[in-house]
Design a binder for this molecule. Structure first.
Ligand code: PLP
Length: 356
């Protein structure tokens, strides 16, 4: 690591909630990791410090023009009591790619991984061990310069906060979701920010999600912005469909986020005897497969849930039922395989676990 790090521990540790009370992003640990960036000094002053509110100038660029981006990864308790991160290198690289699109600096991969590891070590007592639980890490970069001109900021803050999270599904079985196919609002257009975890993308997604909830659905399926003919992502997850014996996912583009879970699924799929295709999927193809009886599964993939099966797609009044409301065989198999790798309970064929 090229950055040195100083540590100031909290004098008022919080009470850690029992594993049974954990949900997603509700509790935060005692400390945070912060690193400053300036044009003159580049990255400097890496510090582990008590978790606290940020002091920001009200003119800070991030508050006006949304120059901000985040990551999301998890640390898992291992059977020997140790801790491991899942593919932190891939998250570091994705943050670098997104930062370039947003004219922001990003940490070197080795520094990102080393700093996150030091942070996780400090928060060891916060890492839950019940099945399905983990420590969720939220690295974030924000533009902090006090300046109202529209140009990239000359000052940034990189910080990481951590949240012990529970099983996404409560129990062990995967609960399928019902999805509203959004045909008015778009999440991301070609040439836009869709391939980055820019905060702005999530602001753009809220209205459609609120409308879907009102209509009785769990989440939104996003279509391509130009023709509204191709399915792209589901909520904040990548999308997979099983048609016949093929596993199909939209090819990466600048309107699709390059999910680490997506990549893991593509690499593990051959173990399940399915062929993977990365290409455009039209709604017409989904209808046709459904009529022929070959549309076997639809599921989303992401760090929070790993795999989230879809039981229904609503295109306005036209509805597609998938799998009779039960999670598909491949969704279940992939969920089990990936969860076991993460918890140190299955062969880590690709070397994805990074011990802390
Ligand atoms: C984070 C995210 C994903 C999933 O990425 P993972 O690396 O698998 O967690 C997919 N789509 C969007 C829009 C996302 O923000």
């Amino acid at each position: 690591m090229t950055l040195s790090i100083r540590t100031k521990k909290t004098e008022t540790p919080k009470k850690r909630p029992p594993d049974s009370e954990l949900s997603f992003g509700k509790y935060f640990t005692d400390h945070m990791l912060s690193v400053d960036w300036s044009v003159e000094q580049a990255w400097h002053d890496a510090r582990l410090q008590p978790y606290e509110a940020l002091a920001l100038d009200p003119a800070a660029c991030v508050l006006h023009y949304g120059q901000a981006m985040f990551e999301g990864l998890k640390a898992y308790r291992q059977p020997n009591g140790g801790v491991a991160l899942f593919r932190p290198d891939a998250h570091a690289r994705r943050m670098q790619q997104g930062a370039a699109r947003l004219c922001m600096p990003a940490l070197e991969e080795a520094d990102f991984v080393a700093l996150v590891r030091e942070f996780v070590k400090l928060e060891d007592s916060w890492i839950p061990s019940s099945p399905g639980t983990a420590l969720y890490l939220r690295p974030t970069i924000i533009a902090t310069e006090a300046f109202l001109g529209v140009r990239p900021s000359n000052h940034y803050l990189f910080f990481v906060i951590a949240s012990p999270v529970g099983s996404y599904y409560g129990g062990d079985s995967l609960k399928p979701v019902r999805i509203w196919v959004e045909r008015d609002h778009v999440r991301a257009a070609r040439g836009g920010l869709g391939a980055t975890k820019a905060g702005a993308n999530y602001a753009a997604s809220l209205l459609a999600a609120v409308n879907a909830k009102k209509a009785g659905y769990d989440q939104v399926l996003w279509m391509d912005a130009k023709e509204h003919a191709f399915v792209e992502e589901v909520g904040t997850m990548n999308l997979f469909v099983v048609i016949g014996d093929k596993l199909i996912t939209p090819a990466l583009s600048d309107s699709i986020l390059s999910g680490v879970t997506r990549d893991s699924i593509i690499k593990l799929a051959p173990e399940f005897g399915v062929q993977v295709e990365e290409r455009a999927i039209s709604t017409a193809e989904l209808f046709e497969a459904s009529e022929k009886g070959t549309l076997r599964e639809v599921f989303g993939s992401g760090t929070a849930a790993v795999v989230s099966p879809v039981a229904e797609l609503a295109f306005g009044d036209r509805k597609l039922e998938i799998g009779g409301g039960k999670p598909g065989e491949l969704a279940l198999g992939l969920y089990d395989r990936i969860s076991k790798i993460q918890r140190g309970l299955g062969p880590d064929t690709f070397g994805w676990l990074s011990p802390v």
